[in-house]
Design a protein around this ligand. Structure first.
Ligand code: IPM
Ligand code: MG
Length: 369
């Protein structure tokens, strides 16, 4: 099939396989509806370590590059905690991000009306919340050299991580931020620590330059990362798009996730630069981790993973209406009162992973098309 659309499913560890099973069910439904999907599955993280001795084999990496679109579950767990750093499950994910060039990580934090009560903040602070955290994903302290732990002559040790950013890296993520803002509420908040870090100084200056020369119509403000963390829990609706570096983006997106009522609700898309045909390599994953404590119990919330698949439909397959429908289906199931334990509250109906997935699919199938 010439127009087949490939996806590589990497379920990973912990609750990964359970939540990805529900995405698979939805993807198979789309295939039955005539979407020419070609899905391959493979190992990543701890499950790859157990089978192949490495969190990501070269063969799986090549497969990801060839297919170009990855649907990712979660990696990691106590079983692999004692491994040397470069062999840990997380390295599989980091290598995929780096090798596929996925520099732009979109982490939307939206509050579904039915879930405003589940937020740790008061309803009026989060009702209708719709912000987008754009995290730089292939630079900064996650990959900067030198890094490591060395022995000192006096028997002590010394650890080094390096935060490094170049102007092209900052410019390309800034452009994505301004582009996204134009399709939303036209406002960008750029976040760094220009008061203590040189990378912050360069970040602020470069984002401002990109703004002034290419996107003067977009509203831009700058904020220190600590203040941004505080503002997110004080008055989250002041934000539209937040653009920030790899580490601050990691922290702030967890904070934003909690505003939505549960980490189990937050999807993400990681995109590369467009190729000559305008196609971007991409990886879609829930922001939450592998939750080893509840793995295998059938209680994990599959919604962040399902919403990540909606992002896949939107950004990789250019099917915005289908993405909207899938999001509507999730909203409907929540409005009907169905909740996995992480978002359950008095008066709502407690369901497990599989029932939640089936309900979303039933809602999706019943939407007019
Ligand atoms: C995330 C995770 C990862 C990160 C881990 C699993 C390496 O926390 O995607 O936010 O730090 O980027
Ligand atoms: Mg994180």
């Amino acid at each position: 099939m010439t127009n087949a659309r490939g996806i590589l499913f990497l379920a990973g560890d912990g609750i990964g396989p359970e939540i990805m099973g529900e995405v698979r069910r939805i993807a198979d439904w789309y295939a039955a509806q005539g979407l020419p999907l070609e899905i391959e599955e493979d190992l990543v993280g701890g499950s790859s370590i157990d089978r192949h001795g490495t969190p990501l084999t070269d063969a799986v990496l090549e497969k990801a590059k060839r297919i170009g679109v990855v649907m990712f579950g979660a990696v990691g767990g106590p079983k692999w905690d004692e491994l040397p750093f470069h062999l840990k499950p997380e390295q599989g994910l980091l290598r995929l991000r780096k090798e596929l060039g996925l520099f732009a990580n979109l982490r939307p934090a939206m509050v579904f009306p039915a879930l405003a009560e589940a937020s740790s903040l008061k309803r009026e602070l989060v009702d209708g919340l719709d912000i987008l955290i754009l995290r730089e994903l292939t630079g900064g302290v996650y990959f900067g050299e030198p890094r490591g732990i060395e022995d000192l002559p006096d028997g002590e040790q010394r650890a080094v991580d390096t935060q490094v950013y170049t102007t092209p890296e900052i410019r390309r993520i800034a452009r994505v931020a301004f582009d996204l803002a134009r399709k939303r509420r036209n406002k960008v908040t750029s976040v760094e620590k220009a008061n203590v870090m040189y990378t912050g100084v360069l970040w602020r200056r470069t984002v401002q330059q990109v703004h002034d020369s290419e996107f003067p119509d977009v509203e831009l403000n700058h904020m220190y990362a600590d203040n941004c963390g505080m503002q997110l829990v004080r008055q989250p609706k002041q934000f539209d798009v937040i653009v920030t570096d790899n580490l601050f983006g990691d922290l702030l997106s967890d904070v934003a996730a909690m505003l939505t009522g549960s980490l189990g609700m937050l999807p993400s898309a990681s995109l590369g630069a467009p190729d000559a045909l305008g196609r971007r390599k991409a990886l879609y994953e829930p922001v939450h981790g592998s939750a080893p404590d509840i793995a295998g119990k059938g209680v994990a919330n599959p919604l962040a993973c399902i919403l990540s698949f909606a992002m896949l439909l939107r950004y990789s397959f250019d099917l915005p209406l289908e993405a909207d429908r899938l999001e509507q289906a999730v909203a409907r199931v929540l409005a009907e009162g169905y909740r996995t334990p992480d978002i359950w509250s008095e008066g709502t109906i407690r369901v497990g992973t599989e029932e939640m997935g089936r309900r979303v699919l039933a809602a999706l199938a019943s939407l007019p098309r």
